[in-house]
Design a protein around this ligand. Sequence first.
Ligand code: LLP
Length: 449
Amino acid sequence: MRLPGTMRVNHLGHLEIGGCDTVELARQFGTPLYVLDEALIRRQCRKYREAFVRHGLRGEVIYAGKALLNKAVCRIIAQEGLSLDVVSGGELYTAIAAGFPPERIYFHGNNKSEEELRQGLDCGVHRFVVDSLYELHLLNNLAAEAGKVAGVYLRITPGVEAHTHTYIRTGQRDSKFGFDLVGSVALEATKQALALPHINLVGFHCHIGSQIFDVESFKVATEVMLDFAASVWRETGFALRELDLGGGMGIRHVASDRPLEPEQFVAALADAVRTGVRRHGLPEPKILIEPGRSIVGEAGTTLYTVGAIKDVPGIRTYVAVDGGMYENPRVALYQAEYTAVVANRVHAPADRVVSVAGKCCESGDMLIWDLRVPELQPGDVLAMLSTGAYTYSMAGNYNRMPRPAMVLVREGQADLIVRRETYADLVRYDVLPERLAAPEHLADQRAIE
Ligand code: LLP
């Protein structure tokens, strides 16, 4: 199996990431544990930026923070010269708390609240990606109150279907996101934006889906967006200055996945942009892309400890680990596929097939179906690969499970970047009203029994 990033097998036969023995990490930090390969994140950032330079594309690479966000990740992204896409007040707060420069922040979201818009104006985010007329007018009013002019992209629904899981398609017409091209909805929104004094319309945005492997859907979306920009130009005289083409580049979760290299993706975009602007005689806009998964996905590994093993003769063997859907809901939610290795003996012959189960109280809480492994025993450390994106960011406390810790590894050094939740954290937001706190209540309970 191809191991991503700095992963290798050391002299003990243990899986190593960033020069750190994962068996040792499991012992030191406990499991489940998210391990992040810093060098691989940086490499992906650089690949995108270098591809822009190589293809002479004027523009920016914006990391989509929804894939994975915490203060340390913000710092790495900032150091690598990427911008940041945030979709909520919470993501924006995290970025600012990490010292991320606001002039490199892009604020997305289909229903930003008044409070979130104010927060964005106050800290001076670079662009608001506006999703509805309601938001457009609200932002104009709030910017007027603040004595500011907001830099805006309109999010357009280009009607391009990316070949990916249907739940995560966002570009098709039937979508809660953005302005529809059909029926002049987008054109009308553009005219309104141009007329509002506290809105500075700079460009358009689209996003066609996630975990996409082919360049074709991106090329078609680019073409559609430039056709739209040309019609806007003819109708209103507004010349598009910036075009944000979203994220969605796939990664390798299992051996059969064939992701695009950033270079191939950017080359195809550059080609589509140039063809489009030439056809319409438009000036070439600044191009922005928003990769999330392809920056952090393969850099993440989740370490688990094997617990109960249940053999159902003639059917399957369930190997339960100490994590599950609460810390990686992707399998239950999208039937996502992953692979894993036994971190404490990577090279042992994988001569059986098991299914890896989580520890939440439902049958759907599975992590991997039909994984080839050597014989497993309780206490073995299982390393699930390519879990960096949309796991921690989508994790919760189902069954009152404390969320795992995260460590950043690099050249033999492992640093805690998210501490493990404790049971005390779990009850931190619980409030006992006075009438339930009184001891008589406990007596009532006994009376019923
Ligand atoms: N930009 C916009 C506007 C987006 O909505 C997204 C993802 C991205 C960029 C980044 O896409 P990426 O490069 O990471 O594919 N929870 C799902 C994925 C949802 C993606 C939502 N939007 C999953 O776990 O597969």
